[in-house]
Design a protein around this ligand. Sequence first.
Ligand SMILES: NC(=O)c1ccc[n+]([C@@H]2O[C@H](COP(=O)([O-])OP(=O)(O)OC[C@H]3O[C@@H](n4cnc5c(N)ncnc54)[C@H](O)[C@@H]3O)[C@@H](O)[C@H]2O)c1
Ligand SMILES: [Fe+2]
Length: 322
Amino acid sequence: MTGYRFNTAPELRVGLGTALEVGAYCAQLGIKRPLLVTDPGLLAVGLVTPVQEAMAATCEHVALFSEVTADPAESVVLDALAVLQAGEADGVVGLGGGSSMDVAKAIAVLAAGSQTLAEAYGVDKVVGGRLPLILIPTTAGTGSEVTPVAVITTGETTKAGISSPVLLPDIAVLDAELTLGLPAHVTAMTGIDAMVHAIEAYTSKIKKNPVSDMLARQALTLLSANQRRVLSHPDDVAAREAMLLGATLAGQAFANAPVAAVHALAYPLGGHYHMPHGLSNALMLPAVLRFNAPCRRGALSGAGEAATRASCARRRGFRELV
Ligand SMILES: NC(=O)c1ccc[n+]([C@@H]2O[C@H](COP(=O)([O-])OP(=O)(O)OC[C@H]3O[C@@H](n4cnc5c(N)ncnc54)[C@H](O)[C@@H]3O)[C@@H](O)[C@H]2O)c1
Ligand SMILES: [Fe+2]
């Protein structure tokens, strides 16, 4: 076997209510003046205030930036950076979907160094370190909480990524309670995004390795067993937990064995038509799978087995596998 490298976030905190322990995680990282980065939708549904209060319990001062927009533009990153600098923040907490977490990652890097945003775009272009960083996903989709990537919209129809292991957070917090109120259309699209991450990581021709394969397979098992359930029973907390873990495992997989043609074709679709990332992936997936099938038959059948593993196990009565 050829050698490979596997990177991921050093610490996951998983469990119901863990988001409300964020004050303790700030203390663990020595953060006294955090900036909480989130979006107005989350503020409106009441998910932000309890987290902000939990941070205030251990921190001297908590600043809030709640202006993140979907597919965040460079101007959003720069606005968030200005709030961070004005509040002399010494750490960043990203709360939300991929959009909020990506802004949190980008400003944690920009605040610690002297690079401009444009200089940080690309692979391994980040010079220096970052501020302490905690990421708390509220969607079960992007896996951004464990990927070394921040995706920023650079123009009307273009996106660019900062890709560096420096962007991996110190702590990723998986609290499925935060995802209980996720609207059905966001649940569906973010869940498909996570599945595509696992499928592309598992069927990738490059960088695929035994660790990413194991994570992608388990992600597919969890996601395919629970995607319909969270749509028909949005309050099923066990199903929400399985989706959140599945999305994170898929994120760990594709952070090391990359996504491929589905994402490459989905990005311009999203850019031109401003459609959600999961939807553009869903539209591209069947065509790419058909195109790849002749030369990736083995990997595709392995992904298919992982995706149907839960339903097979259920039929045989092995509930613990699901
Ligand atoms: N960094 C990475 O590795 C990575 C990977 C894939 C995609 N992305 C990026 O992530 C972004 C998409 O992220 P996303 O799909 O998570 O969506 P998002 O962060 O844009 O959020 C979508 C909407 O869902 C709402 N929402 C989120 N959680 C909610 C909750 N629990 N309850 C109610 N409403 C909630 C938000 O308010 C927002 O309006 C894109 O910019 C994409 O390019 C990043
Ligand atoms: Fe994606």
